[in-house]
Design a protein around this ligand. Structure first.
Ligand code: URA
Length: 240
């Protein structure tokens, strides 16, 4: 038996918190009866759960790691009909969606799942999952700038949390550098904004790591399912 809000979240309908709101608002029925009690236990295999009169049809949870190429939208749909990350899953019938976003021009590691609860847990601001980016930037950052990127940069939505920045290499002729940046937050365009703020606009950006996960053995556009042990470890690092 599982809690009703968890079953709704796992079906990919919405977050667990929103599911609680649906329940108290009387939008959820179990075996044809409206249930408003939070914490009601249901058997996901046997009980018929409906949200707004639609059966949730709990799906088998699925978890993927995709190497997103650049110039791909990391959303389920695009109103301008551009290619989205869903185009890399033509055979997947379950309602998967990305865990967070990567910019259209950013390549790299992105997770997809149909498990709303898992996705929300990873994206919650309190969960400081390390994300490592490699950026090609204009100019050559001084040690002082690299230190600033590590300790925190003042952005219009506040100072960034401490992270780790490393100067990797420079190209004198082209006046560009490669910088590695590990952050724990997930604000919009955060890496681009941080580097811009210290005077080194990003020319190219790739996410190489998400927690302990890497892009090993994948080329742009390729994906693999996560191993159960990886899903379990992600859950563990998300709650600690
Ligand atoms: N930071 C950015 O600026 N862009 C991304 O796509 C991810 C992190």
């Amino acid at each position: 038996m599982e809690r009703l809000q968890k079953v709704i979240a796992q079906a990919g309908i919405t977050s667990r918190r929103k599911a609680e709101e649906y329940i108290t608002a009387g939008r959820v029925r179990v075996n044809n009866k409206v249930v408003k009690e939070l914490g009601t236990k249901v058997n996901p295999e046997k009980d018929k759960v409906e949200v707004d009169d639609i059966p949730i049809d709990r799906e088998e949870p699925v978890y993927y790691l995709l190497y997103k190429p650049k110039q791909i939208i990391s959303a389920v749909q695009d109103d301008k009909n551009r290619k989205t990350i869903m185009d890399f899953f033509p055979e997947e019938e379950r309602r998967i969606f990305p865990v967070g976003r990567l910019d259209y021009d950013t390549s790299g590691l992105i997770l997809l799942t149909n498990d709303g609860e898992f996705a929300n847990m990873l994206m919650h601001p309190k969960n400081k999952i390390h994300k490592t980016y490699v950026a090609k930037v204009k100019g050559k950052p001084t040690n002082e700038k690299i230190r600033l990127l590590s300790t925190g940069v003042e952005l219009e939505d506040g100072k960034t949390a401490p992270g780790k920045a490393k100067f990797m290499s420079g190209d004198k002729k082209k006046d560009t550098s490669i910088v590695e940046l590990t952050i724990t937050e997930g604000r919009n365009h955060q890496v681009r904004r941080m580097l811009e703020a210290v005077g080194h606009p990003v020319l190219k950006l790739k996410r190489e790591k998400y927690g302990f996960l890497t892009l090993e053995n994948l080329r742009p556009g390729e994906k693999r399912p996560l191993k159960p042990i990886e899903v379990q470890r992600l859950r563990e690092i998300a709650v600690t």
